[in-house]
Write a protein that binds this ligand. Structure first.
Ligand SMILES: Cc1c2[nH]c(c1CCC(=O)O)Cc1[nH]c(c(CCC(=O)O)c1C)Cc1[nH]c(c(CCC(=O)O)c1C)Cc1[nH]c(c(C)c1CCC(=O)O)C2
Length: 382
């Protein structure tokens, strides 16, 4: 582990620590956000988030850090998922691994949506091959007391890791993230992963006051978790509402959107772009955009041109290659990459990604090839 962080050369140009620390602190006090050097702000990822012209379509992958990488599996040997999320040295190294290997246009902070819940004291574990499992599932008003607000001091390893990463990454932006209230509530109420979200919906429909009180607490925690990341140096955020696609549009608007909107508004006050993503959300795309996103993440079921028409001209789109396509041969992968790029070209801004996370069995060489293909096919004259 001696060579965990290569501090000699930043991965993407000048280290951010070159910025005068005095002005750093001053800027943070006003905006809750560190100042952004021009070479970072003008890179393709942040430009695409703002729907500005780009020299090439930016690309990164949800779950780009993780089990598809042998160097990740080696580093994680004998260390639990949650323990690795709470060690700043491991978080830093795991976040950097896919940047070095694939040359993606953005890094995503290595953590998990349940980390802030554990940080406020919820008994919970991440079980390999299963996902988050809650010791005592939520179901009554008394359970609300288990969700106190998150303070920056609850997650010192986040602030430390992001501070290091911001310097290491140079011109490569770091995306911070959090789980949205609905997706977090689903894990807490079900006690673990669920296909139907039946208990969650039963609470939502049957006890709307308790539901809104629960989502209000979760929104407060998510918002604080994102703002800690931005204050430490994240230059964009993604709010994962992975399971919102289980709801109708009307119910999404009634029970979920106001809470996600508060999270997005509070982090939006820092000025960083906000990506809002869910799976199976074809019917929810306009509502998810209206919740306050600058970029809406789209899964593989909806072509990006259709998605962008639904979302409207004021928001960029992110996506949406089917992760399973990466298991097919190279010709098929190239065809699908070209199709996603062609579809995304009609949107006011496009960030290339998968429609959901990288599957663990994916050959990392194929991911590197996708990055090359996206860059080659989308290269535009300056
Ligand atoms: C729903 C959700 C979770 N966690 C997350 C979501 C939203 C994104 C999505 O929809 O996939 C978010 C998440 N979790 C993880 C990241 C890392 C950043 C990245 O995208 O590279 C991110 C962004 C690491 C992780 N989170 C987890 C892993 C795998 C654990 C391991 O490597 O041992 C990783 C790399 C565990 C986890 N945590 C969760 C699940 C479903 C799992 C998978 C369980 C399994 O298949 O083993 C909850």
């Amino acid at each position: 582990m001696a060579d965990m962080t290569d501090t000699a050369t930043p991965l993407g140009g000048t280290p951010r620590s070159a910025v005068d620390p005095g002005s750093d602190a001053a800027a943070r006090q006003v905006t809750g956000r560190a100042p952004v050097p021009a070479e970072l702000a003008d890179g393709p990822f942040l430009r695409a988030c703002r729907r500005e012209s780009v020299t090439h379509t930016p690309v990164w992958f949800m779950r780009q850090a993780g089990r598809s990488l042998p160097e990740y599996r080696k580093l994680r040997e004998g260390i639990g998922m949650l323990d690795s999320c709470r060690r700043a040295d491991l978080v830093t190294e795991i976040t950097l691994q896919p940047i070095r290997r694939h040359h993606v246009d953005a890094a995503i902070f290595f953590s998990d949506i349940v980390v802030p819940l554990i940080a406020v004291g919820v008994g919970l574990d991440i079980v390999a091959g299963v996902g988050p499992v809650v010791d005592e599932p939520f179901g009554s008003a008394a359970d609300l007391e288990r969700l106190r607000p998150l303070e920056p001091d609850d997650v010192p390893y986040v602030t430390e890791a992001i501070g290091t990463l911001a310097g290491e990454l140079g011109a490569t932006p770091l995306i911070g993230f959090a789980g949205a209230p609905f997706t977090l509530a689903s894990y807490l109420v079900e006690g673990g992963p669920s296909r139907t979200h039946a208990r969650t919906k039963a609470l939502m429909y049957g006890e709307p006051e308790l539901w809104h009180a629960l989502c209000d607490r979760l929104a407060t925690i998510s918002s604080a978790f994102l703002r800690v990341q931005v204050a430490a140096g994240a230059s964009a955020v993604q709010l994962f509402d992975s399971w919102a696609g289980a709801l109708s549009e009307a119910d999404y608007r009634t029970y979920v959107q106001p809470h996600s909107a508060r999270v997005l508004a509070e982090v939006g006050a820092t000025g960083v772009p906000r990506i809002h993503f869910g799976v199976g959300t074809a019917e929810l795309l306009p509502a998810m955009g209206e919740a306050g996103a600058d970029v809406v993440g789209v899964d593989w079921r909806t072509p990006l041109a259709t998605a962008s028409d639904r979302i409207g001209p004021d928001r960029a789109v992110q996506g949406n290659l089917d992760p399973a396509v990466l298991l097919a041969d190279e010709r098929v992968v190239a065809e699908h990459v070209a199709r996603v790029l062609a579809d995304g070209a009609s949107a006011p801004g496009h960030i290339f990604n998968l429609g959901h996370g990288v599957l663990p069995e994916t050959d990392p060489g194929v991911l590197t090839r996708v990055v090359e293909l996206v860059h080659e096919h989308s290269r535009r004259e300056g």
